[in-house]
Design a binder for this molecule. Structure first.
Ligand SMILES: NC(=O)c1ccc[n+]([C@@H]2O[C@H](COP(=O)([O-])OP(=O)(O)OC[C@H]3O[C@@H](n4cnc5c(N)ncnc54)[C@H](O)[C@@H]3O)[C@@H](O)[C@H]2O)c1
Ligand SMILES: O=C(O)C1=N[C@H](C(=O)O)CCC1
Length: 269
């Protein structure tokens, strides 16, 4: 049995992760961690996630819990992920990171830690989104240079980072397939007198509304036709299932920085 720790246990993803862990053969929940001061501290992780009691009380002390786990799953905030990363490094624990919104220095710290630790970092753990990343690579290579590329994403009102990690990854995949640098060609929203569209740009548009779980469309638009690749998530269970798959995979994998394409065996497609 692989012993899983879930940090961010009281969050939207935390609940979905606790439920998924309880029903995944080969995994057992060994620790549920929340931020100090969270009203969830001391509650039973199973009950917190709306399920039967699991006998695992939610704690704010990852340092005390870490020796009892094999893989930590983190869906929190970048600063918290980095603090958890430092503890995982100190204790040699594998880490699945679903948190989004990392800056360049934070990404560099994760890359550095992955030299000695197995880490899986992915902004979206659904199979469907990872299939879309492959489709985007193909579409970009075939029609990307002749079309206007726009990425549109929509998420719930509580999301704190924009564009979504998934939208940014989609932009990176498309830019790489076209030999462009996303830092140079990305346009984040438009307002006022913008001038005509730069044909080499990749545009991003963001919607935050209600309880939208996660929607992404990449548009390749020409005169007379356009191709759209769309993924709509209707439940967080799809991300949680991917995280469980990643934990099982990472438990058998040597040090390195991996993404969901590695877990799903999509790298060489
Ligand atoms: N990779 C994916 O497939 C995927 C899917 C969904 C969400 N996400 C990302 O996961 C993250 C969390 O999303 P969410 O909707 O669950 O957010 P949320 O705000 O509902 O949950 C985050 C939880 O982390 C907890 N937290 C914050 N700081 C902490 C700390 N220092 N120690 C322990 N716990 C701490 C918060 O109290 C909260 O309960 C976001 O970055 C989001 O973009 C990724
Ligand atoms: O709910 C969120 O927050 C999500 N964030 C991820 C992202 O930023 O791409 C994935 C989908 C849900």
């Amino acid at each position: 049995m692989i012993r899983v720790g879930i940090i961010g246990a009281a969050g939207r993803m935390g609940h979905a992760l606790i439920r998924a862990c309880a029903t995944t053969p080969g995994l057992t929940l060994a620790a549920a961690i929340e931020r100090p001061g969270s009203p969830a501290i001391g509650t039973d992780a199973g009950e917190l996630a709306g399920q039967a009691k699991l006998g695992i009380p939610v704690t704010d002390d990852l340092a005390a819990a870490i020796d009892g786990i094999d893989v930590l799953i983190d869906f929190t905030r970048p600063e918290s992920s980095l603090a958890a990363l430092a503890l995982c490094q100190a204790h040699g624990k594998r880490l699945v990171i679903g948190t989004t919104g990392f800056g360049p220095e934070q990404k560099a710290a994760i890359e550095q830690a992955a030299q000695t630790l197995p880490i899986m970092l992915a902004p979206n753990m659904s199979v469907g989104v990872n299939l879309c990343l492959k489709l985007l690579e193909i579409a970009a290579k075939i029609i990307g240079d002749n079309t206007d590329i726009e990425i549109i994403e929509a998420h719930h009102r509580h999301k704190v980072d924009a564009p979504s990690g998934t939208a940014l990854r989609m932009g990176e995949v498309v830019a790489a397939a076209l030999g462009r640098d996303l830092k140079q060609c990305a346009v984040y929203g438009r307002e006022g007198h913008t001038g005509e569209r730069d044909p080499k740009s990749i545009g991003f548009s963001v919607i935050r509304a209600g309880d939208i779980v996660g929607e992404h469309t990449v548009m390749f638009a020409d005169e007379g036709e356009r191709v759209e690749i769309t993924h709509n998530a209707s439940s967080r269970a799809t991300f949680a299932k991917g995280a469980m798959r990643a934990a099982l995979w990472l438990a058998e994998t040597p040090a390195g920085l991996y993404d969901m394409q590695d877990v799903l065996g999509l790298k060489n497609y």
